[in-house]
Design a protein around this ligand. Structure first.
Ligand code: G6P
Length: 605
């Protein structure tokens, strides 16, 4: 998704902005650009393609400060040099970079064109530059405020005025803007990863905020009213966690980080004295949680699938009806929101627009919601106001791996807590706490089988279609396995409940269509082995992810994972499927960390 970087201070802006753009590359984008203020003028460079394509356009030591820069992910207008940001007004006095969508851009554009403005791009964003120029205001903030009063839509916005290079003005409505505080210099970004190299002291703006940023500080205002205090916050991200280290890809590094990420999500949260868990950020009185009659989980992509794992954990351990739904669907169907339903919003980034909108809808209708989020201080975390932070460290690869696992574990922590408030016995609580504590070492044992999984992945390298099947607890594992494979390898992969196979997809099973079967040793083991027989009878290749032991059927490949407690088995069964997807993608030579057309956090509808 689109990214913003800005710099104001004594240094030349370009190297800082370009480095910031590189940090934002992981989010997915199709073009990039930079604007520098120098000698009362603007220098603007922009290019379709990667940040390194933009680098080639720049002179050796580009001069100018302050500056703003952008990575664009096309919504209105194809990816092209012209449509890349920054956009300028007709006199090239103002430059803007914009994340989000100006919904009334068509009408505003027509009005501006009627006044003689000639547009240079097809974007909705360009109207902002012309509107700001048309304001004829005393100060940049007044010009920006005046323009934004005419705009319907979402924005994270940074504006530069070449005639007044002592300020950058930023504004936020539905798309993140974060300020970074340095020593006599300030940074602006849409994502903390573009800031951490320079400062860990950051300020998150809220929707409706406008800020004046100067080298020596910042002031925040509401769009229509007076000043408002937005206090800085220290973030705990280390710059090393944003580099690949000895790994070829962030995805591989983040898969390897899982034992440590699990330790962190568990840290301080296992309370063996009462065979329960302790979740500091939840802030619900026990009585409030006991009033809940139903749990509804909302998220998108892998966050939604982690929610499916979570719903099963809650039903099993707390015996409350629980259901996960894609947040994107939920928000559009005028959902029935009942006060005795407890809502859980899941989002790694805490910025996914559909999930945020779902949270706002739930809150608007008066229900309780908490978040399971990785990025501290992110919009969804703040909108929910309470919840469980994953503390998994930054996840840079577009596809989720470690945060999927950490989210599933956060659900286990919550399900045990809720279960122990209800009728989960102390013995069962203790059994699960022991199993949770064992997970990091068990994940290490799975990661040690990487070579075997890589060999097996070769069988998928030339495949066009693949199936992933599982029953009950195995089904979300199959869903996530299929999603991972399609995201990084571009192989068409579909997940089906194993029991549904004969109601349709069996027609497609053939020697060239492999099926991955999630086969825990549980009460459904026999049923699942029958499914394998059905596939084999149609000469479909079969690969199983299972627990150690003899298999009663012949299959084409086996990956074994250590046995946990049945409720936690899905967490471990998923890990080899991450490695499978990674190695299939490696064999196919795809762009693993930034798959085509995908973005890390989808901040538009
Ligand atoms: C995008 C990404 C997915 C991710 C989803 C939700 O679609 O490509 O990998 O699972 O967003 O992201 P979130 O940050 O809300 O967990």
């Amino acid at each position: 998704m689109c990214g913003i970087v800005g710099y104001i201070g004594e240094q030349q802006a370009a190297p800082i902005l370009m480095e910031g753009l590189h940090r934002l590359e992981y989010r997915g984008y199709d073009s990039a650009g930079i604007a520098l203020a120098t000698g009362g003028e603007l220098k603007v460079f922009k290019s379709k393609g990667k940040v390194r394509d933009l680098e080639r356009l720049l002179p050796d030591h580009p001069k100018g400060t302050p500056g703003i820069a952008h990575t664009r992910w096309a919504t209105h207008g194809e990816p092209s040099d012209r449509n890349a940001h920054p956009h300028c007004d007709a006199r090239n006095r103002y430059a803007i970079v914009h994340n989000g969508i100006v919904e009334n851009a068509g009408a505003l554009r027509a009005q501006l064109e009627a006044k003689g403005v000639v547009f240079r791009s097809e974007t909705d964003s360009e109207v902002l530059a012309h509107l700001i120029a048309a304001m004829d205001a005393e100060t940049l903030i007044e010009a920006v405020r005046g323009a934004l009063r005419l705009v319907v839509g979402t924005y994270g916005l940074a504006v530069l005025d070449s005639k007044r290079p002592d300020t950058i003005v930023v504004a936020r409505n539905g798309s993140p803007v974060i300020l970074g505080i340095g020593e006599h210099e300030m940074f602006v970004a849409s994502d903390v990863s573009a800031l951490v190299r320079h400062t860990q002291n950051v300020v998150h703006l809220d929707d409706g905020d406008v800020a004046v940023v100067r080298a020596d500080g910042y002031e925040t205002f509401t769009l229509d009213g007076g000043p408002i205090v937005r206090a800085p916050l220290m973030i705990d991200w280390q710059v090393e966690s944003l580099s690949k280290g000895s790994f070829d890809h962030f995805m591989r590094k983040e898969i390897a980080e899982q034992p440590e990420a699990i330790r962190r999500v568990l840290s301080g949260r296992l309370e063996s004295r009462f065979s329960t868990t302790h979740i500091g950020g939840l802030e619900f009185a026990a009585r409030e949680l006991l009033e809940a009659r139903r749990i509804k989980i909302l998220g998108c992509g892998s966050a939604y699938i982690a929610g499916c794992v979570g719903a099963q954990l809650i039903e099993q351990l707390a015996r409350l009806p629980a259901h996960a739904e894609p947040a994107s669907e939920f928000r559009y169907r005028n959902p029935v929101i009942e006060p005795d339903t407890l809502y859980i919003a899941v989002s790694q980034s805490g910025e996914t627009f559909d999930t945020l909108s779902a949270v706002q809808e739930v809150k608007r209708k008066g229900a309780r919601v908490f978040g399971i989020v990785n990025v501290v201080g992110s919009t969804i975390a703040r909108e929910c106001g309470r919840g469980i932070y994953l503390h998994a460290g930054p996840e840079v690869a577009v596809v989720s791996t470690k945060t999927f696992t950490s989210t599933a574990i956060a659900f286990a922590l919550f399900a045990i807590y809720l279960g122990r408030l209800r009728d989960l016995s102390a013995a069962n609580g203790a059994r699960l706490l022991t199993a949770l504590a064992a997970l990091p070492a068990q994940v290490e044992a799975i990661l040690a089988q990487e070579q075997k999984i890589a060999t097996l992945a070769r069988a998928f390298a030339n495949t066009r279609d693949a199936y992933f099947v599982g029953r009950a607890a195995g089904f979300p594992v199959a869903m996530e396995g299929a999603l991972k494979l399609k995201e990084v390898s571009y192989i068409h992969a579909e997940a089906y409940p194993a029991s549904e196979l004969k109601h349709g997809p069996l027609a497609l099973i053939a020697p060239e269509t492999p099926t991955v079967i999630v086969l825990p040793r549980d009460e459904l083991f026999a049923k699942n082995t029958s499914t394998i027989e059905e596939i084999r009878a149609r000469r479909g290749p079969t690969y199983v992810v299972t627990h150690p032991g003899t298999l009663p059927v012949t299959v084409d490949g086996v990956i074994e994972v250590p046995k946990s407690e049945p409720e936690l088995d899905p967490i471990l069964l998923n890990i080899p499927l991450q490695l499978l997807a990674y190695h299939v993608a490696l064999a196919r030579g795809t762009d693993i960390d930034q798959p085509r057309n995908l973005a890390k956090s989808v901040t538009v509808e």
